[in-house]
Ligand binder design. Structure first.
Ligand SMILES: C[S@@+](CC[C@H](N)C(=O)[O-])C[C@H]1O[C@@H](n2cnc3c(N)ncnc32)[C@H](O)[C@@H]1O
Ligand SMILES: [Zn+2]
Length: 1020
């Protein structure tokens, strides 16, 4: 593998010497080439079951796989000759890579070899956008000292929990008896750290003190909650499935809005089902139909394996045939997108609207949809009630109110569904009464949600219904959360007391109490995420989905609510177990021998706490344009973390642990992250800018941050960054920030596996375009380039770079990834120069990027001796490369094509290359889609169809289709194109074939297949 990269090595060496003259810096292994295919393979194992255990602690967006981070950090610090072979590099990186041959290798579970750690000793790394800390964690494990900087308090707390606490207390152990070990669920930990195979009640075991205390105090919290007479009486099932009900504007009864009548639909193999249950509406009540239950009652054999025929319409309703019976599962009776619902009593369509406080029958597009209005009324009344302004009856008369549909019991490892009764719903009102008694308590999160949360992509809150954070919870959920906050706060004090009594120093005691409390506060955050009225019930996983699963918080109609006493998946005690597993992993891997990691709460554009420091390398992963609005979304955790980690005095929150995260420089409480940090976040959101009256682009924010970060990088150090090419503007932003504004050149780039897809729909095309790691160095001196003069040289350079990278190109999956990657190869050449001129004008970053795409695509074709001049033909090829499997491109992909060929999308429509199509999908992912007009099979009819759409539009495509028709029908009709156009059409056919040979198009692509006979019959 390394051999195939020799070309690249020579090339880069040449560049490096040329660049740096006497002060030439040693090229790194990252610049010479790393075995990206293997590394990506290991990274991909971190999706699903191979996920790093500590990620389960709590969700954070776009976390990077550990295997990839480790390889990239090491390669960016090692000299290019550090390893003689790829294999020895991989072996040192991932010593356990050969274990478990049969499965995908999970290489992050053991630390790098001591030999590699030795090579990197003394090196320092800075990650100014640390997030959940994959990069600094792996730096530590490599023996590198890391500084992790984060803007947001939430991530700051999580980083401390991942990077600092485990190491800080890694040499403290306690001896615990076997009985306690079992009670606390520490069997694994005890075996691991005592080196024993079994845990017996009478034995004694060595357990890391921190893990022991988190487990012990965590279960203390749960048992205290159990002793709370109010809370105890509120729960009598494991899980509740609830939804909203609205007062029907026609019959005035309260009708539940059921987003999904299915309760369980779990497949087993192809034809059978492990679990089938749903709800029905009968005589004004919810009824449960449970086929597994029926099967058992009728003794029909293996009831965990129902052979049933199920037809569904999406996830909404359907029909079931089982045991010679036919069932109908009702379809949902609420459709928020279409703004309509149906009353289950009188069957009236609720598409009413509220105009100036008056309910009018639907159809008109004025006012608010009745249901949205009703939800807002609920929240207004909820607060009025809590304030003591209206009675409980008034609250219950709100046009919308929460209700329960079904109670779920865990019995012998299975779920039992029971319709919820009026008495069950009463418990929500009982909780409301308790909340009213404590209104004014600072533990109720009454902070505002971002009012602009419905504008722009990457950030969506149901702002039409909700204004404050506490309103995401029904009264019972809210009451329980508040009690939990108080108990966790109490733990902080008790741990402190205990350790002081044991003779610990004040300082150690405080740090330790902080750590234990922080972990419990994280358990609380996770519990919050899984326990709101926006955590929807998942019928195939039989668990609620977490609230933050998408790039926004979406309204759901059937939510899952967990009893805090249950130990079912997703409940509080299950989450406590998760944190124990996380800590075990971190303890085992963050030993004293590894590098230090320091966590700093700061803005990457300021870094005032780093004055005077220099780092050998910056490896980082900044936000990607509008992908995630971190400040606003993670406020969902913030309002709870802040409370659990602070004290209450005189009915106010007071600094306690990590005060820097929750109080400003004047000691004032920071209400929410969005109010204070959103304007500083390096990402973009229309609504945010409007709200704060800011006029700054993502590119500017990125530029500013990197200009600052570079102050801390040694002269010969690499700046390595992850980046997702979601939109070309985002790439231009990077080029602008690094090449134009900060004098860097691109010296290496790799396509990398990034985090598992949280939600493919929400992520859209980004998942296909994939992630890249690019490495940048300081450009030395002025190196102007005139592209008119040096066009040929540029093609040669780019072509040879591409040649050298072919191996890496082959290992990537989608065409789009390769496309971007080839264009990055061109950027390597271009960014080594400054300024770059074309047509006598100095190129902007945007222009440079466009040239890079043009150079790359043309170099690809030229490398095969094909020359195309028609822009439409170029655009067609680019579209074919960029399209999805089903032949569509979205607006992101389209703008790459526009940039590459210099045609606008209306030109592409005019030329008959694309047509716009309607696309559905949830609001969060709404975007424009275009169909690429190309034959999708090699039948005559198909070619005719496409021909009819392109005829007379683009001369070259018109001609190509005629040629293809002739070739498929084998009838020689007169081809009506000029000889030049015909020559170009033949070149296009050649190019299609060539691209398929290069792996950019499918070998079996219909267009490619149709083009082969065209070339054979060239004489016609
Ligand atoms: C893509 S995430 C990093 C993910 C991380 N590499 C991981 O594996 O978990 C980017 C992070 O940058 C943070 N961020 C945004 N603006 C920042 C700023 N101005 N200074 C520091 N951090 C910032 C965000 O809060 C977010 O956590
Ligand atoms: Zn009705």
């Amino acid at each position: 593998m390394l051999l195939s990269l020799v070309g690249l090595v020579t090339l880069l060496l040449g560049v490096a010497i040329f660049n740096f003259g006497v002060t030439a810096s040693m090229p790194t292994l990252l610049e010479r080439g790393i075995p990206i295919k293997d590394i990506n393979y290991y990274s991909s194992a971190e999706k699903g079951p191979g996920r790093p255990p500590h990620w389960e602690m709590v969700f954070w967006w776009t976390r990077k796989p550990l295997a990839g981070a480790r390889a990239i950090i090491a390669a960016s610090l090692l000299p290019d000759n550090a390893y003689q072979s790829t294999d020895s590099f991989l072996k040192d990186l991932f010593p356990c890579r050969n274990e478990k041959k049969s499965e995908k290798k999970i290489v992050h579970s053991c630390n790098p070899s001591p030999r590699l750690i030795e090579k990197l000793r003394g090196k320092r790394l800075l990650d100014p956008f640390a997030g959940f800390g994959s990069i600094p964690l792996e730096a530590s494990r490599l023996g590198v000292d890391a500084v992790a900087v984060e803007l947001l308090p939430t991530a700051y707390v999580f980083l401390k929990a991942v990077l600092e606490y485990p190491k800080l207390f890694s040499d403290r152990f306690v001896e615990v008896d076997g009985k306690t070990v079992k009670e606390l669920g520490l069997e694994d930990v005890a075996k691991q750290f005592s080196g024993r195979r079994e845990v017996s009640e009478s034995g004694r075991y060595r357990v890391p003190m921190l893990i022991y205390d988190v487990a012990r105090w965590g279960s203390w919290v749960i048992s205290r909650l159990r002793e709370d007479p109010v809370i105890r009486d509120l729960y009598d099932a494991d899980v509740y499935i609830g939804t909203w009900e609205v007062r029907c504007p026609v019959c005035h009864r309260y009708a539940p809005l059921v987003g999904n009548w299915w309760l369980a639909r779990v497949k087993k193999g192809n034809k059978s089902y492990e679990r089938l249950a749903w709800m029905e509406w009968q005589n004004g009540e919810i009824r449960v139909v449970d086929l597994n239950e029926q099967c058992k009652q009728r003794r029909l054999g293996n009831c965990n394996n129902l052979s049933a025929e199920v037809t569904t319409t999406g996830e909404e309703g359907g029909s079931v045939r089982w045991a010679n019976q036919e069932f109908v599962v009702p379809i949902k009776n609420v459709d928020a997108r279409r703004e309509t619902a149906q009353c289950l009593y009188c069957r009236a369509e609720i598409n009413h609207r509220v105009v100036n406080g008056k309910v009018v029958k639907g159809g008109k597009k004025e006012g608010d949809w009745y249901v949205k209005w009703a939800l807002r009324q609920w929240n207004e009344n909820y607060e009025k009630y809590l304030r003591g302004e209206i009675t409980l009856d008034d609250l219950r008369q709100s046009p919308a109110r929460p209700t329960l549909l079904v109670k779920v019991y865990v019995k012998d490892g299975d779920l039992q569904f029971k319709p919820a009764t009026q008495q069950d719903t009463e418990k929500l009102w009982k909780a409301a009464e308790e909340l009213r008694k404590m209104w004014g308590d600072p533990d109720i999160p009454t902070e505002q949600i971002p009012p602009y949360g419905h504008i722009g992509s990457g950030l969506r809150f149901p702002t039409y219904a909700i204004e404050k954070w506490y309103q995401f919870f029904n009264p019972r959920q809210l009451l329980t959360l508040i009690k939990l906050v108080k108990l966790i706060r109490q733990v902080g004090h008790m741990v402190e007391e205990e350790k002081l009594k044991e003779g610990w120093s004040k300082e150690d005691t405080y740090k330790y109490a902080e750590a234990v409390t922080a972990y419990l506060a994280i358990v609380l955050s996770k519990h919050v995420d899984w326990n709101s009225m926006m955590s929807g019930w998942q019928l195939s996983y039989l668990i609620a989905a977490h609230t933050l699963a998408m790039r926004g918080i979406a309204m759901v109609w059937n939510w899952g609510e967990y009893s805090p006493y249950s130990s079912y998946r997703g409940t509080l005690s299950a989450m406590l177990n998760t944190i124990i597993n996380s800590l075990e992993y971190l303890h085992l891997n963050l030993l004293k021998s590894v590098g230090n990691a320091k966590v700093i709460l700061d803005d990457a554009s300021e870094l005032s706490k780093l004055e005077g420091e220099k780092f050998d390398v910056v490896v980082t992963d900044p936000p990607y344009a509008d992908d995630v609005s971190y400040s606003e979304l993670s406020d969902f955790y913030y309002v709870w973390l802040k409370r659990a980690l602070s004290d209450v005095e005189n009915n106010e929150l007071k600094p306690r642990f990590l005060p820097e995260a929750f109080f400003d420089e004047f000691g004032l409480e920071i209400p929410t992250q969005w109010q204070r940090f959103a304007p500083k976040e390096v990402s973009e959101n229309e609504g945010r800018w409007e709200h704060f009256g800011l006029k700054v682009t993502f590119a500017e924010l990125l530029t500013r941050a990197f200009a600052n970060v570079l102050r801390f990088l040694k002269d010969d150090g690499l700046l390595v960054m992850y980046y997702v090419a979601k939109r070309p503007e985002a790439w231009a932003a990077l080029v602008d920030a690094l090449w134009r504004e900060n004098g860097l050149e691109l010296v290496a780039a790799y396509p990398v596996e990034t985090e598992s897809e949280e939600n493919v729909v929400a992520r859209g095309k980004a998942s296909v375009l994939g992630g890249y790691v690019s490495a940048w160095r300081r450009r030395v001196g002025e190196k102007p380039l005139d592209l008119d003069e040096k066009r040929e040289e540029a093609f040669r350079e780019v072509a040879s770079r591409l040649e050298a990278k072919r191996e890496a190109l082959r290992s990537t999956k989608g065409g789009a990834t390769m496309w971007v990657y080839s264009y990055l190869a061109a950027l390597e050449y271009l960014t080594a120069h400054y300024p770059v001129r074309l047509g006598g004008v100095e190129l902007s970053s945007d222009g440079l990027m466009r040239q890079a795409v043009v150079l790359a695509s043309e170099a690809l074709l030229r490398s095969s001796g094909i020359k195309l001049t028609d822009r439409g033909a170029h655009a067609y090829l680019a579209l074919r490369i960029m399209e999805s499997e089903s032949g569509y491109v979205d607006s992101d992909a389209l703008s790459y094509v526009e940039k590459a060929v210099g045609l606008e999308h209306k030109d592409l429509v005019r030329l008959g290359l694309i047509t716009e199509v309607e696309t559905g999908g949830p609001n969060v992912a709404k975007r424009k889609t275009f169909e690429v007009l190309a034959p999708r099979n090699d039948s005559v009819d198909e070619v005719k169809r496409v021909y009819s759409l392109q005829r007379g539009r683009s001369a070259v495509l018109d001609c190509l289709r005629q040629l293809q028709l002739n070739a498929t029908t084998r009838i020689r009709t007169l081809i009506t194109c000029t000889s030049e156009v015909r020559e170009e059409a033949l070149n296009l056919a050649r190019a299609l074939i060539k691209l398929s040979e290069l792996g950019l198009l499918d070998k079996d692509d219909a267009d490619v297949k149709l083009s082969r006979p065209v070339l054979l019959g060239m004489g016609w």
